[in-house]
Write a protein that binds this ligand. Structure first.
Ligand SMILES: O=C(O)CCC(=O)C(=O)O
Ligand SMILES: [Fe+2]
Length: 375
Protein backbone atom coordinates (compact mmCIF):
# COMPACT_ATOMS: atom_id res chain seq x y z
CA UNK A 1 0.00 0.00 0.00
CA UNK A 2 2.87 2.38 0.77
CA UNK A 3 6.55 2.68 1.33
CA UNK A 4 7.48 4.59 4.43
CA UNK A 5 9.20 7.45 2.69
CA UNK A 6 6.91 7.90 -0.26
CA UNK A 7 3.39 6.57 0.04
CA UNK A 8 1.44 6.54 -3.21
CA UNK A 9 -0.23 9.94 -3.42
CA UNK A 10 -3.58 8.63 -4.65
CA UNK A 11 -3.74 6.15 -1.74
CA UNK A 12 -2.97 8.88 0.81
CA UNK A 13 -5.72 11.01 -0.71
CA UNK A 14 -8.26 8.20 -0.70
CA UNK A 15 -7.52 7.18 2.89
CA UNK A 16 -7.51 10.87 3.89
CA UNK A 17 -11.03 11.34 2.61
CA UNK A 18 -12.21 8.21 4.41
CA UNK A 19 -10.54 9.34 7.64
CA UNK A 20 -12.19 12.73 7.38
CA UNK A 21 -15.63 11.14 7.38
CA UNK A 22 -15.17 8.43 9.98
CA UNK A 23 -12.99 10.32 12.46
CA UNK A 24 -15.26 13.36 12.53
CA UNK A 25 -18.46 11.31 12.77
CA UNK A 26 -17.28 8.43 14.97
CA UNK A 27 -13.85 9.32 16.36
CA UNK A 28 -12.58 5.96 15.05
CA UNK A 29 -11.90 4.04 11.85
CA UNK A 30 -11.17 0.41 11.03
CA UNK A 31 -8.15 -0.04 8.77
CA UNK A 32 -7.87 -3.05 6.48
CA UNK A 33 -5.10 -3.93 4.00
CA UNK A 34 -2.68 -2.10 6.26
CA UNK A 35 0.20 -4.49 5.61
CA UNK A 36 0.62 -5.93 9.15
CA UNK A 37 -0.28 -9.61 8.99
CA UNK A 38 -2.49 -11.37 11.49
CA UNK A 39 0.25 -13.97 11.92
CA UNK A 40 2.71 -11.32 13.00
CA UNK A 41 0.27 -10.00 15.61
CA UNK A 42 -0.45 -13.49 16.94
CA UNK A 43 3.24 -14.28 17.21
CA UNK A 44 3.68 -11.13 19.30
CA UNK A 45 0.89 -12.31 21.61
CA UNK A 46 2.58 -15.71 21.90
CA UNK A 47 5.78 -13.94 22.95
CA UNK A 48 3.83 -11.93 25.52
CA UNK A 49 2.23 -15.13 26.89
CA UNK A 50 5.71 -16.62 27.26
CA UNK A 51 6.84 -13.49 29.07
CA UNK A 52 3.88 -13.60 31.47
CA UNK A 53 4.73 -17.26 32.20
CA UNK A 54 8.26 -16.34 33.35
CA UNK A 55 8.89 -16.45 37.10
CA UNK A 56 8.12 -13.24 38.94
CA UNK A 57 11.74 -12.43 39.70
CA UNK A 58 12.68 -12.69 36.00
CA UNK A 59 9.79 -10.44 34.95
CA UNK A 60 10.89 -7.91 37.57
CA UNK A 61 14.13 -7.37 35.60
CA UNK A 62 12.15 -5.76 32.80
CA UNK A 63 9.82 -3.61 34.84
CA UNK A 64 8.83 -0.09 33.71
CA UNK A 65 10.74 2.25 35.98
CA UNK A 66 9.10 5.52 34.98
CA UNK A 67 12.34 7.03 33.63
CA UNK A 68 10.66 6.47 30.35
CA UNK A 69 7.57 4.49 29.44
CA UNK A 70 9.58 1.39 28.42
CA UNK A 71 9.13 -1.97 30.11
CA UNK A 72 6.78 -4.38 31.80
CA UNK A 73 3.79 -3.13 33.78
CA UNK A 74 2.28 -5.62 36.25
CA UNK A 75 -1.50 -5.93 36.65
CA UNK A 76 -2.81 -3.39 39.11
CA UNK A 77 -0.23 -0.65 38.50
CA UNK A 78 -2.13 1.48 35.98
CA UNK A 79 -5.30 3.22 37.19
CA UNK A 80 -7.21 5.12 34.54
CA UNK A 81 -9.64 6.54 37.07
CA UNK A 82 -6.85 7.21 39.56
CA UNK A 83 -7.96 4.48 41.96
CA UNK A 84 -9.10 1.25 40.32
CA UNK A 85 -6.31 -1.07 39.18
CA UNK A 86 -6.28 -2.26 35.56
CA UNK A 87 -6.39 -6.05 35.33
CA UNK A 88 -3.75 -6.61 32.70
CA UNK A 89 -0.12 -7.29 31.92
CA UNK A 90 1.47 -4.70 29.62
CA UNK A 91 4.83 -4.57 27.89
CA UNK A 92 5.78 -1.14 26.50
CA UNK A 93 8.36 -0.65 23.76
CA UNK A 94 9.43 2.96 23.18
CA UNK A 95 12.40 2.55 20.85
CA UNK A 96 13.42 0.37 17.92
CA UNK A 97 16.78 -0.27 19.59
CA UNK A 98 15.61 -1.20 23.06
CA UNK A 99 18.29 -2.94 25.06
CA UNK A 100 16.16 -4.02 27.98
CA UNK A 101 14.08 -6.68 26.22
CA UNK A 102 13.77 -10.29 27.53
CA UNK A 103 15.86 -11.76 24.71
CA UNK A 104 17.87 -14.01 26.99
CA UNK A 105 14.97 -15.91 28.60
CA UNK A 106 12.91 -15.65 25.39
CA UNK A 107 14.98 -15.90 22.21
CA UNK A 108 13.25 -14.20 19.28
CA UNK A 109 11.23 -11.80 21.45
CA UNK A 110 13.38 -8.73 20.77
CA UNK A 111 13.65 -9.21 17.02
CA UNK A 112 9.97 -9.89 16.52
CA UNK A 113 8.71 -7.06 18.69
CA UNK A 114 11.17 -4.55 17.24
CA UNK A 115 10.10 -5.49 13.73
CA UNK A 116 6.44 -5.13 14.70
CA UNK A 117 7.17 -1.72 16.26
CA UNK A 118 8.81 -0.68 12.99
CA UNK A 119 5.65 -1.76 11.09
CA UNK A 120 3.40 0.27 13.40
CA UNK A 121 5.69 3.28 13.05
CA UNK A 122 5.53 3.04 9.24
CA UNK A 123 1.76 2.70 9.33
CA UNK A 124 1.52 5.70 11.66
CA UNK A 125 3.63 7.81 9.31
CA UNK A 126 1.25 6.93 6.52
CA UNK A 127 -1.78 7.81 8.66
CA UNK A 128 -0.20 11.13 9.71
CA UNK A 129 0.02 12.09 6.04
CA UNK A 130 -3.52 10.95 5.31
CA UNK A 131 -4.71 12.91 8.35
CA UNK A 132 -3.16 16.10 6.96
CA UNK A 133 -4.86 15.49 3.62
CA UNK A 134 -8.14 14.91 5.44
CA UNK A 135 -7.84 18.36 7.03
CA UNK A 136 -6.77 20.03 3.80
CA UNK A 137 -3.37 21.07 5.13
CA UNK A 138 0.12 20.29 3.71
CA UNK A 139 0.78 16.52 3.65
CA UNK A 140 3.94 16.85 5.76
CA UNK A 141 2.31 18.97 8.50
CA UNK A 142 1.88 16.21 11.11
CA UNK A 143 4.80 14.10 9.89
CA UNK A 144 7.24 16.90 10.76
CA UNK A 145 5.81 17.04 14.29
CA UNK A 146 6.34 13.29 14.79
CA UNK A 147 9.85 12.91 13.39
CA UNK A 148 11.36 11.16 16.47
CA UNK A 149 8.91 8.26 16.92
CA UNK A 150 10.71 5.24 18.47
CA UNK A 151 14.10 6.91 17.88
CA UNK A 152 15.29 6.14 21.40
CA UNK A 153 16.52 9.69 22.00
CA UNK A 154 13.83 10.52 24.59
CA UNK A 155 12.39 13.12 22.23
CA UNK A 156 9.09 11.35 21.60
CA UNK A 157 6.77 9.24 23.81
CA UNK A 158 5.27 7.02 21.08
CA UNK A 159 4.90 3.50 22.43
CA UNK A 160 4.01 0.02 21.20
CA UNK A 161 2.14 -1.76 24.00
CA UNK A 162 1.49 -5.51 24.13
CA UNK A 163 -1.45 -6.32 26.38
CA UNK A 164 -2.68 -9.48 28.05
CA UNK A 165 -5.82 -9.57 30.19
CA UNK A 166 -5.88 -12.77 32.27
CA UNK A 167 -8.97 -14.98 32.46
CA UNK A 168 -11.48 -14.15 35.14
CA UNK A 169 -11.96 -17.27 37.17
CA UNK A 170 -14.77 -17.06 39.69
CA UNK A 171 -13.34 -17.93 43.05
CA UNK A 172 -15.24 -17.57 46.29
CA UNK A 173 -12.01 -17.16 48.27
CA UNK A 174 -11.14 -14.03 46.28
CA UNK A 175 -7.76 -15.53 45.49
CA UNK A 176 -8.12 -15.26 41.76
CA UNK A 177 -6.33 -11.93 41.50
CA UNK A 178 -4.32 -11.99 38.33
CA UNK A 179 -4.39 -15.57 37.23
CA UNK A 180 -2.46 -16.41 34.09
CA UNK A 181 -4.57 -19.02 32.41
CA UNK A 182 -4.57 -20.79 29.12
CA UNK A 183 -5.54 -18.69 26.18
CA UNK A 184 -6.74 -19.53 22.75
CA UNK A 185 -7.26 -17.22 19.83
CA UNK A 186 -10.80 -18.24 19.08
CA UNK A 187 -11.17 -16.94 15.57
CA UNK A 188 -13.87 -19.48 14.89
CA UNK A 189 -16.27 -17.32 16.86
CA UNK A 190 -16.05 -14.50 14.34
CA UNK A 191 -19.10 -15.22 12.31
CA UNK A 192 -19.33 -11.89 10.56
CA UNK A 193 -16.74 -9.93 8.67
CA UNK A 194 -18.53 -6.71 9.50
CA UNK A 195 -17.63 -4.49 12.46
CA UNK A 196 -20.20 -4.95 15.14
CA UNK A 197 -21.43 -1.58 16.44
CA UNK A 198 -24.41 -2.70 18.41
CA UNK A 199 -26.97 0.00 18.93
CA UNK A 200 -29.32 -2.42 20.70
CA UNK A 201 -29.77 -2.11 24.40
CA UNK A 202 -26.94 -3.30 26.52
CA UNK A 203 -27.56 -3.92 30.21
CA UNK A 204 -24.41 -1.94 31.02
CA UNK A 205 -25.65 1.22 29.30
CA UNK A 206 -27.74 2.30 32.25
CA UNK A 207 -24.85 1.86 34.67
CA UNK A 208 -22.35 4.52 35.54
CA UNK A 209 -18.83 3.36 36.03
CA UNK A 210 -16.90 3.73 39.24
CA UNK A 211 -15.79 7.15 38.07
CA UNK A 212 -18.12 9.69 39.61
CA UNK A 213 -20.24 7.07 41.32
CA UNK A 214 -20.48 8.09 44.95
CA UNK A 215 -21.34 4.64 46.30
CA UNK A 216 -18.15 3.17 44.99
CA UNK A 217 -15.69 5.94 45.76
CA UNK A 218 -13.63 3.83 48.13
CA UNK A 219 -13.72 0.48 46.47
CA UNK A 220 -10.88 -0.96 44.48
CA UNK A 221 -12.87 -3.81 43.02
CA UNK A 222 -13.12 -3.49 39.28
CA UNK A 223 -16.83 -3.96 39.22
CA UNK A 224 -19.78 -2.02 37.88
CA UNK A 225 -22.66 -1.54 40.32
CA UNK A 226 -24.66 -4.27 38.54
CA UNK A 227 -21.93 -6.78 39.32
CA UNK A 228 -20.30 -6.69 35.88
CA UNK A 229 -16.54 -6.35 35.89
CA UNK A 230 -14.33 -4.38 33.57
CA UNK A 231 -10.81 -5.15 32.43
CA UNK A 232 -9.70 -1.67 31.49
CA UNK A 233 -11.42 1.44 32.81
CA UNK A 234 -12.96 4.15 30.67
CA UNK A 235 -10.47 6.66 29.32
CA UNK A 236 -9.38 8.61 26.28
CA UNK A 237 -5.86 8.13 24.93
CA UNK A 238 -3.42 10.97 25.44
CA UNK A 239 -1.60 11.34 22.14
CA UNK A 240 -2.36 12.06 18.48
CA UNK A 241 -4.04 8.73 17.69
CA UNK A 242 -3.84 5.07 18.69
CA UNK A 243 -3.68 2.04 16.41
CA UNK A 244 -5.31 -0.93 18.15
CA UNK A 245 -5.36 -4.60 17.18
CA UNK A 246 -7.43 -6.93 19.35
CA UNK A 247 -7.91 -10.68 19.29
CA UNK A 248 -11.35 -12.18 18.87
CA UNK A 249 -12.27 -12.31 22.56
CA UNK A 250 -14.18 -9.02 22.40
CA UNK A 251 -14.83 -6.56 25.18
CA UNK A 252 -13.80 -3.25 23.63
CA UNK A 253 -16.52 -0.62 23.98
CA UNK A 254 -16.59 3.00 22.81
CA UNK A 255 -18.72 6.09 23.29
CA UNK A 256 -19.28 7.59 19.87
CA UNK A 257 -19.29 11.40 19.63
CA UNK A 258 -22.51 12.91 20.95
CA UNK A 259 -23.63 9.66 22.60
CA UNK A 260 -23.58 8.63 26.23
CA UNK A 261 -24.04 4.94 25.42
CA UNK A 262 -21.25 2.41 25.46
CA UNK A 263 -21.23 0.48 22.19
CA UNK A 264 -19.30 -2.66 21.41
CA UNK A 265 -16.64 -2.78 18.75
CA UNK A 266 -16.71 -6.25 17.33
CA UNK A 267 -13.67 -8.06 16.08
CA UNK A 268 -13.05 -7.69 12.36
CA UNK A 269 -10.33 -10.23 11.61
CA UNK A 270 -7.13 -8.52 10.54
CA UNK A 271 -8.45 -4.98 11.01
CA UNK A 272 -6.65 -2.33 13.02
CA UNK A 273 -8.72 0.32 14.74
CA UNK A 274 -7.61 3.97 14.76
CA UNK A 275 -8.96 6.11 17.54
CA UNK A 276 -8.31 9.81 18.03
CA UNK A 277 -6.37 10.93 21.08
CA UNK A 278 -6.55 14.10 23.17
CA UNK A 279 -3.78 15.92 21.31
CA UNK A 280 -5.44 15.46 17.90
CA UNK A 281 -8.66 16.64 19.47
CA UNK A 282 -6.93 19.84 20.66
CA UNK A 283 -5.28 20.42 17.28
CA UNK A 284 -8.53 19.98 15.38
CA UNK A 285 -10.68 21.86 17.92
CA UNK A 286 -12.53 18.60 18.51
CA UNK A 287 -13.45 18.13 14.89
CA UNK A 288 -11.72 14.78 15.46
CA UNK A 289 -12.78 14.11 19.07
CA UNK A 290 -10.81 11.89 21.44
CA UNK A 291 -12.73 8.63 21.75
CA UNK A 292 -13.74 7.36 25.23
CA UNK A 293 -13.21 3.59 25.39
CA UNK A 294 -12.96 0.74 27.89
CA UNK A 295 -12.67 -3.05 27.93
CA UNK A 296 -15.42 -5.01 29.67
CA UNK A 297 -15.46 -8.65 30.64
CA UNK A 298 -17.84 -10.73 28.55
CA UNK A 299 -20.95 -11.86 30.39
CA UNK A 300 -20.65 -15.50 29.36
CA UNK A 301 -18.67 -17.54 31.86
CA UNK A 302 -16.92 -19.63 29.18
CA UNK A 303 -15.64 -16.50 27.43
CA UNK A 304 -14.54 -14.62 30.52
CA UNK A 305 -12.55 -17.63 31.63
CA UNK A 306 -10.23 -17.06 28.68
CA UNK A 307 -7.56 -14.41 28.44
CA UNK A 308 -7.67 -11.52 25.99
CA UNK A 309 -4.84 -9.96 23.97
CA UNK A 310 -4.46 -6.64 22.26
CA UNK A 311 -1.68 -4.47 20.86
CA UNK A 312 -1.81 -0.69 20.90
CA UNK A 313 0.52 1.75 19.17
CA UNK A 314 0.25 5.19 20.75
CA UNK A 315 1.37 7.80 18.22
CA UNK A 316 2.64 10.90 20.02
CA UNK A 317 4.12 14.18 18.74
CA UNK A 318 7.76 14.98 19.48
CA UNK A 319 8.06 16.15 23.08
CA UNK A 320 8.85 19.79 22.39
CA UNK A 321 5.99 20.28 19.94
CA UNK A 322 3.71 22.98 21.33
CA UNK A 323 0.12 21.81 21.12
CA UNK A 324 -2.28 24.64 20.42
CA UNK A 325 -5.71 24.67 18.81
CA UNK A 326 -4.41 27.56 16.71
CA UNK A 327 -1.60 25.55 15.08
CA UNK A 328 -3.48 24.25 12.12
CA UNK A 329 -3.31 26.42 9.02
CA UNK A 330 -6.50 28.32 8.42
CA UNK A 331 -8.89 25.65 7.21
CA UNK A 332 -12.29 24.53 8.33
CA UNK A 333 -10.56 22.69 11.17
CA UNK A 334 -8.47 25.71 12.00
CA UNK A 335 -11.41 28.05 12.49
CA UNK A 336 -13.92 28.04 15.29
CA UNK A 337 -16.76 26.53 13.28
CA UNK A 338 -17.77 24.12 16.02
CA UNK A 339 -17.35 26.46 18.95
CA UNK A 340 -20.84 25.94 20.33
CA UNK A 341 -20.21 22.37 21.46
CA UNK A 342 -19.35 21.85 25.16
CA UNK A 343 -15.56 21.60 25.48
CA UNK A 344 -13.53 18.90 27.17
CA UNK A 345 -11.14 19.82 30.00
CA UNK A 346 -8.02 19.09 27.91
CA UNK A 347 -9.25 21.40 25.16
CA UNK A 348 -10.04 24.25 27.56
CA UNK A 349 -6.65 23.94 29.26
CA UNK A 350 -4.88 24.03 25.91
CA UNK A 351 -6.82 27.09 24.89
CA UNK A 352 -5.95 28.96 28.06
CA UNK A 353 -2.30 27.97 28.23
CA UNK A 354 -0.25 26.22 25.58
CA UNK A 355 1.75 23.17 26.73
CA UNK A 356 4.16 21.02 24.81
CA UNK A 357 3.40 17.37 24.06
CA UNK A 358 5.72 16.15 26.82
CA UNK A 359 4.01 18.25 29.51
CA UNK A 360 0.54 17.12 28.42
CA UNK A 361 1.52 13.44 28.33
CA UNK A 362 3.43 13.44 31.61
CA UNK A 363 0.46 14.99 33.35
CA UNK A 364 -1.72 12.13 32.07
CA UNK A 365 0.91 9.51 33.04
CA UNK A 366 0.94 10.92 36.58
CA UNK A 367 -2.83 10.59 36.75
CA UNK A 368 -2.67 6.96 35.54
CA UNK A 369 0.36 5.71 37.46
CA UNK A 370 -0.09 7.88 40.56
CA UNK A 371 2.62 7.58 43.19
CA UNK A 372 4.22 4.70 41.36
CA UNK A 373 5.52 6.90 38.58
CA UNK A 374 8.83 8.53 39.38
CA UNK A 375 8.19 11.59 37.18
O1 LIG B 1 -6.89 -3.54 25.19
C1 LIG B 1 -7.58 -2.78 24.53
O2 LIG B 1 -8.31 -3.19 23.62
C2 LIG B 1 -7.57 -1.30 24.81
C3 LIG B 1 -6.33 -0.83 25.52
C4 LIG B 1 -6.33 0.64 25.74
O3 LIG B 1 -7.30 1.31 25.49
C5 LIG B 1 -5.14 1.33 26.26
O4 LIG B 1 -4.19 0.68 26.72
O5 LIG B 1 -5.10 2.58 26.21
FE1 LIG C 1 -6.77 3.40 25.34
Amino acid sequence: MWTEEAPVRSVVNRVGHQLQKCLSEKGLCLLVNHGISDEKLKTAWDHLDDFVDLPNDVRELYIRTGDDNHGYVRPGVERFDGKTPELRHAFNICTLNATNLPEEPLPGFAEHISSLAQDFKALSRFILQALAVSLDIPQSFFLEKHSHMLSGDHDNESTLRLLYYPPIIEDTDDKNDFVKGSCIYSYQRCLSDQPDFRPESNPRDEINELDGNEENKNTTVRQLPNGEMIRCGAHTDYGTFTLLAQDSEGGLEVKLPGSEKWQRVGHLPGAILINCGEILSIWTKERYPALPHRVVIPEQQHIRSRGRHSIAFFCHPDNLTMISPNDLPNTEAGTDTVDKKPRKKSFKAAKEKVYNAYQLIQKRFRETYGQQNSH
